[in-house]
Design a protein around this ligand. Structure first.
Ligand code: UD1
Ligand code: CA
Length: 447
């Protein structure tokens, strides 16, 4: 049965106290909204509708950046969750199948959980995701009779007996598209909040002789973000889950609590990550690599057996082939470092390629930017770049060539040549000692 997804993302998130819409705050480097879209994508949803608030252009853009095919609809007035879902009616008018409703501020719903809801849907018209709340607080309560779900009561409208129920509504609901929108048409707003509650569709379904049921999950999955404190708690939860998963997949984390992952970090087996490493988005590391302490990686690929750091920075487009060594205080951006090449100390390699087995001496800089344009540096195979070489791009150094230490290379170096580009050295006989003696005498006279 095909499945469609509706993600509610119209809330302002007042308690975030932010210019940014709540669902655009980031978790593991991706907007909260993207986490909800990811859970939906992993069940293979055929159509996704994101309900944004009035003027939700930024939210719409974030949704489309993640998936250009999403439908974005606007909820101008915020009249409740049923009203929000109703905004997706037209976008799903020709869709036949189940619809799953998720919240854009609830990032941890697992695809397995959604799948078990879809399974339960075959025997029930409406399936709700519930959880046993440690502190049920203001959640909607699930009223059961046996394993049948009778209705959902919002906290504000609940009797003391109903408030004593600890099985709560996560907000995730699954129903057949046609049934869902029929039921929503019947939802009224005669309640404590004066809102159209999506939760009312359960009671309405049961009144019509349809069956409803609850699937349950861990409370941790239903964690929503309403404040900066919630956001930091969610980040901590994401990080600890990612660390556990990395270790389970055979990655050694020497001090797991000090390693920070992005939502999409991929690391191969037998790679060792030393303490205090930060992964930005878009990083893939193959097997058997070593990422040493205090390195920062983003948008890059590190191949098998390579070592990075300590204190290295790999920026977007850095591509390290097998057995490459990148050492301390080295920054690499938009550059391919080919097999077995070494950039071990204090260098900037940007908009460049370095051929296999080449060695880049300490303090080498690719001068890639002329103030307006960026230019490329091409270094061949088995090249030896002397320490403190400035490579003023666009420039190339051929295979097996060398540059002398301190060279400022402004013209191409042919294969096999040695480029010396610095003023000739002059030694003035005895001047060093004479000058020093004079300076010391001057200091003594002063005291
Ligand atoms: C809702 C549920 C409650 C459940 C709780 C779980 C209803 C009536 N109540 O309550 O049973 O326990 O979530 O967190 O559904 N939204 C819109 N447009 C609206 C209203 C809401 O897009 O007009 C979005 C919000 O941005 C949010 C989500 O829907 O992402 C839930 O809305 P919220 O107001 O937080 O619902 P709760 O009162 O917490
Ligand atoms: Ca809420």
């Amino acid at each position: 049965m095909p499945t469609a997804l509706i993600v509610l993302a119209a809330g302002q998130g007042t308690r975030m106290n932010s210019e940014l819409p709540k669902v655009l705050h980031q978790l593991g480097g991706a907007p909260l909204l993207v986490h909800a879209l990811k859970s939906g994508a992993s069940i293979g949803a055929e159509r996704t509708v994101v309900v944004v608030g009035h003027g939700g252009e930024d939210v719409a853009k974030a949704a489309r950046d993640w998936d250009p095919d999403v439908h974005v609809v606007e909820q101008v007035d915020r009249n409740g969750t049923a009203h929000a879902v109703d905004q997706a009616r037209a976008a799903l008018a020709d869709f036949a199948g189940d619809v799953v409703v998720l919240y854009g501020d609830t990032p941890f719903i697992r695809s397995e959980t959604i799948e078990s809801m879809i399974d339960a849907r075959t025997k029930n018209a409406v399936v709700v995701l519930g959880f046993e709340a440690r502190d049920p607080a203001r959640y909607g309560r699930l009223v059961l009779s046996g394993d049948r779900l009778e209705k959902i009561v919002e906290f504000k409208d609940a009797t003391p007996e109903e408030r004593a129920i600890t099985l709560c509504n996560s907000g995730v609901i699954c129903a057949d598209r046609e049934v869902l929108f029929d039921l929503i048409s019947a939802v009224g707003n005669d309640n404590a909040a004066g809102e159209y509650y999506l939760t009312d569709i359960v009671g309405l379904a049961v009144d019509r002789g349809l069956s409803a049921t609850a699937v349950t999950c861990q409370e941790s999955e239903t964690m929503g973000v309403n404040s900066r404190a919630d956001l930091s708690a969610a980040e901590a939860a994401l990080q600890s889950a990612m660390r556990a998963e990395a270790m389970e997949c055979g990655v050694t984390l020497i001090a797991p609590d000090t390693v920070h992952f992005a939502h999409d970090t991929v690391i191969g087996r037998d790679t060792v990550v030393e303490p205090n490493v930060v992964f930005g988005t878009g990083v893939t590391i193959e097997s058997g690599a070593r990422i040493r302490s205090f390195s920062h990686l983003e948008g890059c690929h590190v191949s098998r057996g390579a070592t990075v750091g300590p204190f290295a920075r790999l920026r977007p487009g850095a591509e390290l082939a097998e057995d490459v060594h990148v050492g301390n205080f080295v920054e690499i951006k938009n550059a391919l470092i080919d097999e077995g090449a070494k950039v071990n100390h204090l260098s900037y390699i940007g908009d460049a390629s370095v051929g296999e087995k080449s060695n880049i001496g300490a303090g080498t800089i690719t001068c890639n930017y002329d103030g307006v344009f960026k230019h490329r540096t091409t270094i061949g195979k088995r090249v030896f770049i002397g320490s403190n070489t400035m490579l003023v791009a666009p420039v190339s150094v051929g295979d097996d060539a060398m540059t002398a230490s301190g060279a400022v290379i402004v013209r191409d170096v042919p294969a096999g040549d040695m480029a010396i580009a610095r003023a000739d050295q002059v030694n003035k006989t005895g001047l060093g000692k004479r000058l020093m003696d004079k300076l010391r005498a001057r200091k003594a006279a002063k005291n």
